[in-house]
Design a protein around this ligand. Structure first.
Ligand code: ASP
Length: 356
């Protein structure tokens, strides 16, 4: 009798221990908000063989999440639609609106991480902007896909799953804004799109920070440059960005684009030069003129990687021009615009371009 009672009691204890364990597991699930902005990850094609010809930005974010029920096993996920656009249509206003909303969510105790579904064309600009302006250590992950969900070999579902996994993980905290695509975790600072249609398009000159493999995060390196909480830029305090334009260079380049941008009110021009930010002989006086009008001149390289050497190709000290570090022109535009919210001193601008 006594023995029977003890056995029963043991059973009850075991059952309640199991119940409290599963309650703990439930409790431990991170809360992740998925913000939808559009792009191919929200795209649909007319047939399963349309991998590159399709309509982007048509599927609502809740439907994208519902199509990957596996994510609910790793996090409590809810969707929020902020835009439904191709990322080529991102502008400064949208960037600020997105950044402010992300910042608002990050301040909530019931939000542990954020995923932003985004077109791949300008992921690198949005990710760099957030990496420089958010004031939180919580993981923020930007994700996209190269193929719409309707395509054979669609990459969006796994990319979303991996992105939620990273956003829900404490291991991803304090590493800046991340881009997760094609099994890889990249720093928002370094990553760039390098191919127009392949799924392995995202590359960082120094390699990814890590991988996501079968539900596991594997980090191998850390971002070396200051980001998020370590920068002087605060999304909550920025309400507009100064106009910064990019002029791509090539043989036979003329002054037309420089003049047009100055007339349009540019506060800085990124000279996306050949080689080491070189300046064609007919453009040297144009850039001097641009600078004499108070517009900052930033020399970048169109080569796709490498640093631009100050006073190398051109006497930057003499002309009062500045150079990029290793940022490509589109990233230099983001950083220069942010820098100009703080200073219009070319020496300070140069320090900022070298710092971030
Ligand atoms: N044009 C699309 C976009 O950036 C391409 C993509 O998402 O892959 O929104």
């Amino acid at each position: 009798m006594q023995h029977q009672k003890l056995k029963q009691l043991g059973g009850v204890l075991l059952l309640s221990a199991a119940m409290s364990l599963s309650a703990q597991a439930q409790e431990k699930k991170a809360n992740v908000v998925v913000i939808g902005t559009g792009g191919t990850i929200a795209g649909a094609g007319a047939s399963s063989v349309n991998t590159a010809a399709y309509q982007s930005a048509v599927v609502p974010v809740d439907k994208i999440i519902a199509a990957v029920p596996e994510v609910s096993k790793i996090a409590n996920v809810r969707g929020e639609q902020i835009f439904q656009i191709g990322s080529e249509s991102f502008n400064d206003e949208r960037l600020l609106k997105l950044g402010k909303r992300v910042s608002e969510l990050l301040k909530q105790n019931d939000v542990d991480g954020i995923v932003i579904t985004h077109g791949t064309d300008t992921i690198e600009e949005t990710a760099y902007f957030l990496n420089l302006t958010l004031k939180s250590d919580k993981p923020v992950v930007v994700v996209g896909s190269m193929r719409p969900g309707t395509a054979l070999g669609a990459d969006g579902a796994l990319n979303l799953y991996d992105a939620v996994l990273v956003a829900a993980s404490k291991d991803a905290a304090g590493k800046g804004t991340l881009v997760v695509m094609n099994d890889e975790i990249h720093s928002g600072r370094d990553v760039t799109k390098t191919n127009s249609f392949k799924v392995e398009t995202f590359r960082s000159p120094y390699g990814p920070l890590g991988y996501v493999v079968e539900g596991k995060l594997m980090f191998y390196r850390l971002p070396a440059r200051p980001h998020t909480t370590q920068t002087e830029f605060d999304i909550d305090k920025i309400n507009s960005l100064p106009r910064v334009d990019v002029v791509y260079n090539y043989g036979n380049v003329s002054r037309a684009a420089y003049d047009a941008f100055v007339t349009a009110g540019a506060k800085a021009i990124i000279h996306d030069g050949t080689g080491n930010g070189s300046v064609a002989e007919q453009i040297v006086p144009v850039l001097q003129e641009v600078r004499s009008k108070g517009v900052q001149v930033v020399r970048a390289t169109r080569t796709g990687s490498g640093v631009v050497i100050r006073n190398g190709e051109q006497p930057d000290d003499k002309f009062d021009w500045v150079v990029t570090d290793d940022q490509n022109a589109q990233k230099a535009r983001i950083l220069t615009a942010l820098a100009l919210t703080k200073t219009n001193d070319s020496k300070e601008l140069q320090k900022i371009l070298w710092k971030y």
